[in-house]
Design a protein around this ligand. Structure first.
Ligand code: 5GP
Ligand code: MG
Ligand code: MG
Length: 187
């Protein structure tokens, strides 16, 4: 789906499809170099990071394994609940593995900080992070993102996997919605 298909609900495009893939390709080249011979396990948090995982893993030049985890830290609105629960766990034993977490967006950093600690607790040999988007102004928890995509302002963004109330995940670029789309919600 393209911006033009939902023009009436979009305020403005933030990152184009071309720029998203350009950045993912750059990071994938770096990660392929850094992880050659290390048999990396890519872990993505459902559902938002799925698009990034697909594009990123295909852009890599070394074989990787992939696994997925479903966590909940957000409800259907735009504000964090602060509590993290596992809805669906990995099927891979991470003990001794070089894990790279693939994230869509790091906002407060709570979800990511929890996941990094959890994977270390399970015995991963290394745990690093690639986040396509970061909102530095909203960071509450200090967590290191080794591979960085784009920084975005403190606005609620959708597209390329990111949803508003389960919609707009299939938008091929990243955009800011018109305020009236969230009418009745607390931002
Ligand atoms: P954190 O724990 O860092 O506060 O939030 C992480 C999760 O919140 C992200 O993986 C994403 O699901 C959701 N999130 C945070 N900011 C945004 C945003 O601007 N747009 C959307 N669609 N989801 C967001
Ligand atoms: Mg995420
Ligand atoms: Mg969401």
């Amino acid at each position: 789906m393209k911006i033009a298909d939902v023009q009436d609900q979009i305020d403005h495009e933030l990152i184009s499809k071309t720029d998203i893939h350009k950045k993912i390709d750059e990071v994938a080249a770096q990660v392929s170099q850094d992880y050659r011979g290390k048999d990396p396990l890519l872990v993505a948090v459902l559902k938002g990071a799925v698009n990034t995982m697909v594009a990123f893993s295909q852009a890599m030049s070394i074989p990787v394994q992939m696994d997925f985890m479903s966590l909940s830290s957000y409800g259907s609105g735009t504000s964090s609940s602060g509590t993290i629960t596992v809805r669906q766990d990995l099927s891979t034993d991470v003990r001794g593995r070089n894990v790279l977490i693939v994230e869509d967006i790091v906002d407060s950093g709570r979800t990511l900080a929890w996941l990094v600690e959890e994977l270390k607790r399970r015995g991963a040999q290394s745990v690093e992070v690639f986040a396509l988007l970061e909102k530095p102004s909203r960071r509450e928890v200090d967590v290191q993102v080794k591979y960085k995509g784009y920084e975005v302002p403190d606005e609620f963004v959708v597209g390329f996997g990111l949803d508003y109330d389960e919609r707009f995940r299939n938008l091929d670029s990243i955009a800011v919605l018109k305020p009236e789309v969230y009418q009745g919600e607390q931002a």
